[in-house]
Design a protein around this ligand. Structure first.
Ligand code: SAM
Length: 438
């Protein structure tokens, strides 16, 4: 059995596992014995077949003589991995077909080889007419679940089609330069000299967007803490909070610590940064990140929504509340969200977010600033949570337009600010900068 067939068989197992409800992160375990090329192929096949699953599954239904017929889940997944190669990769078609057919044997389904071969060859012959038939439906054409497309159309009447398309792009690779260790412009030079193309930049090159993703081990100075990987939109959090010398800051939902590290890089003279998260497992990654960056925070495993259990009663001048959310703004990075998220999750998350916001506000000093951050694309978890909070909190004021203007962005209307996926090459995000009246 060729190793490329085994890679395709493994991609099919991973896809079948995601379809059954596992996250891509947990389902995709890369065997260290694979070559770099095989690892790249496996990742591409897994991510792209999950990303396009809804469309490819509709196509498969068209191709099968008995729609919805009983295919073993692994065979179904392999057929989709095969279709994905033909439609969304540069892999030569003869190799895609032959290796996917061989993969049926590697998966332990030798009798499915003929069916896979026939499905793939028919797709090659009839691609245009098959696409015409399935793409009339926006949810199929853009490979998103119907409930999400409907909600997005309500929440973003003018931009939802653009956001759906942006969600299907392979994401660019943003890095954050550690200004405590090296100037942005110098780090940019190092990247360019190493042959990397930079396609966007913010804040004097401290925030750089590269065309091509890479393994962190290839990033100059990564191990020495010169740089971190973080999307441009996520890098706005620290700057909007604008940490100043002598302040005591709470990072209320901190893990894995991307924004914790940024806050400490931006301001070396904080009185203290308290970093709280309820997940002990994820807090281990905060510690690991801080160690690499040689930075220090007071890390606490606790429920930020129940401060009486851990808070010392001394108010914080600034609070970053990066709430747990549906992550529907970062679908391009986590395409499994399309398959795993359910409409009923959204309301439950909104209730948790409102509770966390109220509890965090109780720890904020007069004249203090709280930044509410969320990587959800939906109003229910963003604007609606903040609007309801403002309506019932007399001492809260929305200062988001001024905070964005201070960073050089044009002000935008609305409560907080919604960033659509793909805008300025960034992930979809939401920020509300709230200040407490004296
Ligand atoms: C969006 S992530 C935070 C990302 C992080 N700020 C960063 O930049 O790396 C949300 C985090 O909230 C944590 N979380 C969820 N409920 C929580 C709670 N009640 N108290 C504290 N943390 C909570 C989750 O464990 C998760 O790590």
């Amino acid at each position: 059995m060729s190793s490329s067939a085994s890679v395709r068989a493994e991609a099919a197992r991973v896809l079948a596992s995601v379809v059954q409800g596992r996250s891509l992160d947990t389902a995709l375990r890369i065997d260290p014995k694979l070559t770099a090329q095989q690892r790249g192929l496996l990742r591409t096949l897994c991510f792209d077949s999950v990303r396009w699953y809804i469309r490819l599954d509709a196509l498969l239904e068209r191709l099968l003589s008995r729609p919805g017929g009983k295919l073993h889940p692994d065979v179904r997944a392999l057929a989709i991995v095969g279709l994905c190669q033909l439609l969304y990769t540069e892999i030569p078609t003869h190799a895609a077909v032959a290796e996917t057919v061989n993969a049926a044997r590697a998966l332990g389904h030798p009798r499915a080889a003929g069916l896979i071969n026939a499905l793939l060859r028919r797709t090659l012959r009839e691609q245009a007419s098959l696409a015409d038939q399935i793409d009339r439906d926006l949810t199929v054409r853009t490979a998103h679940p119907q409930w999400f497309v409907q909600q997005l159309a309500t929440d973003w009447p003018d931009l939802h089609r653009q956001i759906l398309d942006a969600n299907n792009e392979r994401p660019p690779f943003w890095v954050r330069v550690n200004r405590r260790r090296i100037a942005g412009a110098r780090y940019r030079q190092q990247l360019e000299q190493a042959g990397h193309r930079i396609i966007a930049s913010l804040f004097d090159d401290e925030s750089l967007c590269l065309e091509q993703a890479m393994d962190v081990s290839e990033l100059p100075g990564f191990g020495d803490g010169l740089v971190s990987v973080q999307d441009g939109a996520a890098q706005l959090a620290g700057r909007l909070l604008h940490p100043k010398a002598g302040e005591r800051i709470l990072d209320a939902c901190c893990a894995p610590g991307g924004k914790t590290g940024h806050l400490l890089e931006l301001q070396p003279e904080l009185a203290e940064l308290v970093a709280v998260d309820s997940s002990v497992e994820r807090l281990a990654r905060v510690e690991e990140n801080l160690r690499r960056l040689e930075l220090h925070a007071k890390v606490i495993a606790a429920d930020a929504g129940e401060p009486t259990a851990w808070w010392d009663g001394v108010a914080f001048e600034k609070i970053l509340l990066d709430v747990p959310c549906s992550a529907t703004g970062v679908i391009r990075r986590h395409p499994d969200i399309k398959l795993l998220r359910r409409p009923q999750d959204i309301q439950a998350l909104a209730v948790r977010q409102a509770h966390l916001l109220r509890a965090s506000w109780s720890m904020l000093a007069p004249a203090g600033r709280l930044v509410y951050a969320s990587c959800s694309a939906l109003r229910a978890e963003t604007t609606d949570v903040v609007a309801a909070f403002l309506a019932t909190t007399a001492d809260a004021r929305d200062t988001t337009p001024e905070a964005f203007q201070a960073l050089g962005f044009e002000p935008a209307a609305g409560i907080g600010r919604r960033i659509p996926a793909g805008w300025g090459k960034m992930d979809g995000f939401y920020y509300a900068c709230l200040e407490r009246r004296r």
